[in-house]
Ligand binder design. Structure first.
Ligand code: ATP
Length: 314
């Protein structure tokens, strides 16, 4: 279990990560989303102990990164955005070196290198110098070093970057397999990736964590459409949790609820109010939204409010 508690990280006076907290259970895959500069890399580097937080702490299975960065890094697999590989090394030499860095020895080391090579389908390039590899193969080397030693925590920055569709499919399968025994944090700009892999989504904006929710819950919008002959909108708008009601077509009401967690309860109350008032209900449909629209909504709201602040200031 990973616990990130109130981490803040500054670069000079600039706050890149601002009091961020979240927990991730074993077996969970979380997607870290945010525009460029939102603070994703800074958080990932802080969690992995490569960057120190100014305040707050990160604990993995009770090991605090503050004084035990090396211990945490032994059970960590990290694929950074730009992997610092030595281009003149062959894939074999590099993985041998990466295994040494993780403290793997003897038969375990050999078995782990074999496993990583197989999982990332790198056997044909085993003896090739890294600088002769295509971008996609280099990415596979990055993933292979990250999964050496069967890490408890796997942090992947854009893992399918540069991979072809078949490799992307294989990589996603591999990440899911690893996640059965580990905690996985995935940073990506590809919404499809998050949809395909993640249980939960964290959205960062300006260094702050602005959303932490299950993907399934995010996809349920706050809007419900009722096909009903009810014409007395006031009996619905007076229900606690109903934010707005409007008739959008004949026999069709669109209702916005303010508390998404209580959407079932509020829908049930709306039904009984309509029926008790002597009207009929023909169908009910809870609208769905996709991750992209949630992401855009969060970021556009920010832009709108910034624009407002600017125009107010002017
Ligand atoms: P991207 O998607 O572009 O990789 P990100 O979400 O990973 O962005 P970070 O790299 O964590 O964002 O950067 C967060 C903020 O901190 C940005 O404004 C960035 O310019 C700033 N920053 C990052 N590293 C440094 C540094 N070494 N010195 C000064 N500012 C930095």
């Amino acid at each position: 279990m990973l616990n990130v508690s109130n981490i803040t990280r500054r670069y000079g006076n600039f706050i890149a990560v601002d009091n961020v907290s979240f927990s991730v259970k074993k077996g969970e895959i979380i997607g870290l989303l945010g525009h460029n500069g939102a603070g994703k890399t800074t958080i990932m580097k802080t969690i992995s102990g490569f960057l120190e937080a100014d305040s707050g702490d990160v604990c993995l299975d009770g090991i605090s990164v503050k004084n035990n960065a090396k211990a945490l890094q032994r059970v960590l697999g990290y694929l950074p955005e730009n992997l610092p590989v030595y281009p003149e090394m062959t894939v074999a030499e590099y993985l041998d070196y990466a295994a040494d860095m993780k403290g793997l020895k003897g038969n375990t080391k050999t078995a782990e290198i074999k496993r990583a090579i197989k999982a990332t389908d790198l056997s044909t390039k085993y003896l090739a110098p890294i600088d002769t590899l295509s971008r996609g193969y280099k990415q596979r080397v990055g993933v292979a070093q990250a999964i050496l030693g069967q890490p408890k925590l796997l942090i992947l920055d854009e893992p399918t970057n540069g991979l072809d569709p078949q490799q992307t499919h294989q990589m996603r399968k591999l990440i899911k397999e690893i996640a059965q025994k580990a905690t996985v944090i995935l940073s990506t700009h590809i919404m499809q990736e998050v949809n395909a892999l993640c249980d939960r989504v964290l959205i960062l904006k300006g260094g702050k964590l602005v959303l932490d929710d299950k993907l399934s819950k995010l996809k349920t919008s706050q809007h419900i459409e009722f096909r009903t002959n009810c014409t007395e909108l006031a009996i619905i708008s007076s229900i606690s949790g109903v934010k707005h009601v409007e008739q959008i077509a004949d026999n069709t009401l669109k209702i916005e609820v303010s508390k998404i967690n209580f959407i079932d309860k509020i829908s049930a109350e709306i039904c009984s109010s309509i029926i008790c008032a002597g009207f009929e209900i023909y169908s009910i449909y809870a609208q769905k939204q996709d991750l992209e629209s949630v992401f855009n909504h969060i970021n556009n709201n920010d832009q709108n409010s910034q624009q407002k602040e600017v125009s107010n200031a002017a």
